[in-house]
Write a protein that binds this ligand. Structure first.
Ligand code: G1P
Length: 294
């Protein structure tokens, strides 16, 4: 039996402007770009639900309403499909229990830490998860489920990490690792320090934060007073760093694959990889890829 408060809420910061994908993202949110037939945000929401999290908090901004529409009932669409004897099963992943999707707005892009802080009233006094939907995590079980298992073992705060080549560390939050290889599946690492987007020579390791977090509500109080950090933004990493030593802080090495859908090549890689896994298309896509490679 565990006395830990269960993780029921997830925050999805989706207010970003998606400038890297312009002009595709001029009129639609980058989170709505599809990997095959599901928008990116759907993969993150599916991962949350698989981990038993069903209260979804979207931190949105101007021009982002399509994300909320995606999880609403499309009455005319469903009526027309029913009339034409088409199955509504494809819409199943988009259904949310009434009241389980809440949006708050981040009016000004002041950074990831600020975006999370915008959700403080809805998060309340509970531990909660954070998903950065740009990071597409494919595993069995999914990344958040692996993290919830780790949380049940050690509690406190957890972040997912993975190794990157040393010349990439300056694009990420980087951990200073302590003891490694314990807990469920030997996946846990003690976190002794955190630094956001360090120079290569200052990075404490090549273990980077990969877009999944389980945090205690106290982080909101820290964020309240958090000054600007890397890139002149209010950084979540800086607020988390202040909690080390006050509360347990661990990293989980995710057993699975991660695709950085914030970059164009990462997006193409994810599309190809998922197409090659899907039973309904893998043979055709494989033959096509081989043909294209000549
Ligand atoms: C954010 C976080 C960073 C993390 C990264 C993962 O950075 O600040 O710590 O490693 O996401 O994708 P961003 O990509 O928003 O610059």
């Amino acid at each position: 039996m565990s006395a830990r408060k269960p993780i029921r809420k997830a925050v999805f910061p989706v207010a970003g402007m998606g400038t890297r994908f312009l002009p595709a993202t001029k009129a639609i949110p980058k989170e709505m770009l599809p990997i095959i037939d599901r928008p990116l945000i759907q993969y993150a929401v599916d991962e949350a639900r698989e981990a038993g999290i069903d209260q979804l908090i979207f931190v949105t901004g101007r021009g982002k309403t399509a994300i909320v529409e995606h999880f609403d009932t499309a009455f005319e669409l469903e009526a027309t499909m029913t009339e034409r004897d088409k199955s509504l099963d494809v819409l199943e992943p988009t259904r949310i229990l009434p009241g389980n999707l809440v949006t708050v707005r981040q009016q000004v892009p002041l950074g990831l830490g600020h975006a999370i802080w915008c959700a403080r009233a809805i998060v309340g006094d509970e531990p909660f998860a954070i998903f950065l939907p740009d990071e597409l995590m494919i595993g069995q079980p999914g990344c958040m489920k692996q993290m919830v298992e780790a949380y049940n073992a050690v509690g406190g705060n957890l972040i997912s990490v993975l190794e990157v080549p040393e010349n990439e560390v300056s694009s990420y939050g980087v951990i200073d690792p302590g003891q490694r290889g314990f807990g469920p599946g030997g996946a846990l690492t003690e976190v002794r320090g955190l630094v956001e987007k360090p120079k290569r020579e200052d990075a404490p390791s090549n273990l980077i934060i990969s877009g999944r977090y389980i945090l205690q509500p106290e982080v909101m109080r820290v964020l309240e007073h958090q000054g600007k950090g890397a890139g002149g933004e209010i950084q979540l990493t800086d607020a988390m760093a202040q909690m080390i030593g006050q509360q347990p802080f661990h990293a989980v090495t995710f057993a699975g694959k991660r695709y950085d859908c914030g970059s164009k090549t990462g997006f193409v890689e994810a599309t190809l990889a998922i197409a090659l896994e899907r039973e309904d298309m893998r043979d055709e896509v494989r033959a096509m890829a081989l043909r294209l490679l000549g």
